[in-house]
Design a protein around this ligand. Sequence first.
Ligand SMILES: [Zn+2]
Length: 393
Amino acid sequence: MAKSDPQSRRHTRGFILEQLLRRKGAFRPELAAGTSLSDVSVWRIVSELRLEGLVVESRKRAPYVGGPSSFFTLSKHHCVVGVELSNGRLSVGIGLLDGALLQAWRHEAPPDLAQDGLEAICGRMLREALAEALRRGLTTLQVAIALPGYGGAAHRRNRIFPWDLPRLRAFVRACAPQLPFEITNSVIAQAAYDRYVTGVGRAVEQDHLFVFVGHGVAAAIVSAAGALDAFAPVEMGHTIVQRGGARCRCGHDGCLEAYTSLQAVAGIVGQEEASVLELGDAWLEGREFGPRVQAQLRDRLTLLGLGIGNALNLHGLRAVVVAGWPSLLGPEERAAVAHGIDESVFGGLMDDVSLDFRRPGTGCDPGASVAFAAWAFARRGGIDSPEPAALAA
Ligand SMILES: [Zn+2]
């Protein structure tokens, strides 16, 4: 493909922007190494992005021989908007092109909330977010929405939430008519949050199962070398682990989620899920549990491990990253997850399965959709940006 081809230009700009997002800034040789582009191409594209104000150059001492060198970062004069439905609430936030969340607006959104009500809440928060971006002198460049159980462009509805998706898409487009807009599954947004926010500098080098345990239990197969659109969501939370067991919100009985979700576990430790969300990652801080509660928690974590092990068997993966409430607990509880994996994964855990825990991110919504929006902007190479004036309406 010729370098002048518009698709090629979009792709090469996309490679550079994604590297800057992933590394939180880079020297030119790092960009060439990370994108497999020639140094000349990197220079040409970075110069173009600088002229457009999307990339900023500063002087910084490089980690190789020589004096201070040019260091490139994403502009802090532009922003993206993320919309997220998670943990029974709707959140809208603005964040920078590097995925950092600047400000969030949140509202309760129970599963039985009618679509008119949802749109009224979402519309108000979106307008506030876009107005706040303008007040801060930021140009909004991308909107992304993350929904649990979302199954792709042809998806109309699922059993987790009742709203008609084509109508919701049309509504968001009407709220922000000039802005590129993407919709994704919540777990893909959580994987984006892991790749571009919490897991920066600690990337797992092999394809792995990313598991997020929050209000739901979601997983995705993460391609270590691939872009987010190569990740595949896995409905792991609705794996039946107990026939005729506890009632799940999907309508079945005995799903993994009914035992290991934040809601299920908050009940064990005698706390309301809403207060857990309010406290965020600190919800277990300073809590001491008696032996009975500890045993119950370990039992739930072993069930989680069983579900993970079976997902590994199905997908042929040998590495796992767990985010969400299990990451808040100590070595004994983490060992219960490993024990469950060991009981179900073919060949046993000790053979060669790696297990990592990541900062949980409880109540950090809509950080995940903001991280996804930052990636969506980078992937399209920062091309087709709207005029800032069009956002004021
Ligand atoms: Zn279920």
